[in-house]
Design a protein around this ligand. Structure first.
Ligand SMILES: Nc1ncnc2c1ncn2[C@@H]1O[C@H](COP(=O)(O)OP(=O)(O)OP(=O)(O)O)[C@@H](O)[C@H]1O
Ligand SMILES: [Mg+2]
Length: 277
C-alpha cells in the first residue's frame, strides 16, 4: 500500500466545477404524495431559495416539515411534483456524482475497508491509480483516519464511520455536499468533535454544504445561513444570516449573538407547533 500519509498532503486536483453565484437553486418546488385512499398530502409547498457557492447552509425545522424530502429531491432520488432544482446551473434530473451525500444511518460498504470505501467512486470513474491514491491519502488525513485505512467499518466507532462517509463524499469532488442529520446518532461529545472536524474540512475544501439538523446549537455553530422551515405544508419560513465570525469554537454558544439567534429560531419553531395544535 501507499506510504503512510502525514499532513499536509498535496491538494487533490482542483475542482472541475467553475464558481457560480448560486450553487443550489430551488425554484418553486412542491412535492405531493397520494395516500392509498387517494388523498393528497403536500410535503413541500412552493419552496424557493438559493445557496450561494461555497456557503455552509443549514436547514432546520420540525419533524415532518420536508427537510429530508428536499435533500432527496436535490440528490435526484425523487422528483418534485412542481418546480425545478438547479445545481451549478444544471437542472437536476436524476442522481449524479456531482452531489455528495452523507446521511444519518451508516452507509459505508461493510465488505470494503476504509480506503476502499473512499476510493469506490474514484475507481468507478476510472481515475489513474496514482491519482486515486493521492486523493484518498489526502482525505484520510483530513478526517484523521490515516491509521485506519485498512480497517473495516465494523472495526470503527460511529463517529469514525461518519468521518469515512464525509471523506468518501468529498473524494469525488462533488459540487455540493448534502448532509441529512449526519451526527444525529452520535453521543454529544463525539458530535461536538465532529462539528469541529466538519468545519475544518469544509474550510479547506471550499465546498457548498447543505446540512439538515434538528439541533439549533449545531445549526448556529455551523452555518453561514440558516433556512428555517415550517410544517404542514413544508415551506421556508425565514432565512437568517449568521453574523458570527469564523473560526468558531465551542464557546460560541455563550456569545450574545448566538443566544439572540437561538431565541429567535426557537420562537419560529414554537409558532409552528402552535399552528399545528
Ligand atoms: N414516500 C412517502 N409517501 C408519503 N408521504 C411521505 C413519503 N415520504 C415522506 N412523506 C411525508 O412527507 C413529510 C416530510 O417528510 P420528511 O422525511 O422530508 O420530513 P423531515 O423534515 O425530514 O422529518 P424528520 O425531521 O423527522 O427527519 C412527512 O409528513 C412524511 O410523512
Ligand atoms: Mg428527515
Amino acid at each position: 500500500m501507499g506510504a503512510v500519509a502525514k499532513k499536509p498532503y498535496i491538494m487533490p486536483p482542483l475542482s472541475e466545477y467553475a464558481e457560480v453565484a448560486a450553487r443550489l437553486r430551488v425554484d418553486n418546488v412542491s412535492l405531493r404524495y397520494q395516500s392509498p385512499k387517494g388523498e393528497t398530502f403536500t410535503a413541500l409547498d412552493r419552496v424557493s431559495f438559493e445557496v450561494p457557492d461555497r456557503q455552509f447552509a443549514v436547514i432546520v425545522g420540525p419533524s415532518g416539515c420536508g427537510k429530508s424530502s428536499l435533500l432527496y429531491l436535490t440528490a435526484g432520488l425523487n422528483e418534485p411534483t412542481e418546480g425545478d432544482i438547479y445545481v451549478g446551473g444544471q437542472k437536476v434530473e436524476g442522481p449524479g456524482a456531482d452531489r455528495g451525500m452523507v446521511f444519518q444511518g451508516y452507509t459505508l460498504f461493510p465488505w470494503l475497508t476504509v480506503r476502499q470505501n473512499i476510493e469506490f467512486g474514484l475507481k468507478r470513474r476510472g481515475l489513474p491509480q496514482d491519482e486515486i491514491r493521492t486523493i484518498v491519502e489526502f482525505y484520510l488525513g483530513e478526517v484523521g483516519l490515516a491509521k485506519f485505512a485498512e480497517h473495516y467499518p465494523k472495526q470503527l466507532s460511529g463517529g469514525m464511520m461518519q468521518r469515512v462517509a464525509i471523506a468518501r463524499a468529498l473524494a469525488n469532488d462533488p459540487q455540493i455536499l448534502l448532509m441529512d442529520e449526519p451526527f444525529g446518532a452520535l453521543d454529544s461529545q463525539t458530535r461536538l468533535q465532529m462539528q469541529q472536524l466538519l468545519l475544518q474540512v469544509w474550510g479547506n475544501s471550499k465546498k457548498t454544504v447543505v446540512f439538515v439538523t434538528h439541533d439549533i446549537d449545531e445549526a448556529i455553530l455551523l452555518a453561514d445561513r440558516i433556512y428555517v422551515m415550517g410544517a404542514r405544508p413544508g415551506r421556508i419560513k425565514e432565512i437568517l444570516e449568521v453574523p458570527i465570525e469564523r473560526p468558531r469554537s465551542l464557546d460560541v454558544v455563550m456569545e450574545p449573538e448566538f443566544i439572540r439567534m437561538k431565541r429567535h429560531i426557537l420562537g419560529l419553531l414554537h409558532d409552528d407547533l402552535e399552528e399545528v395544535h
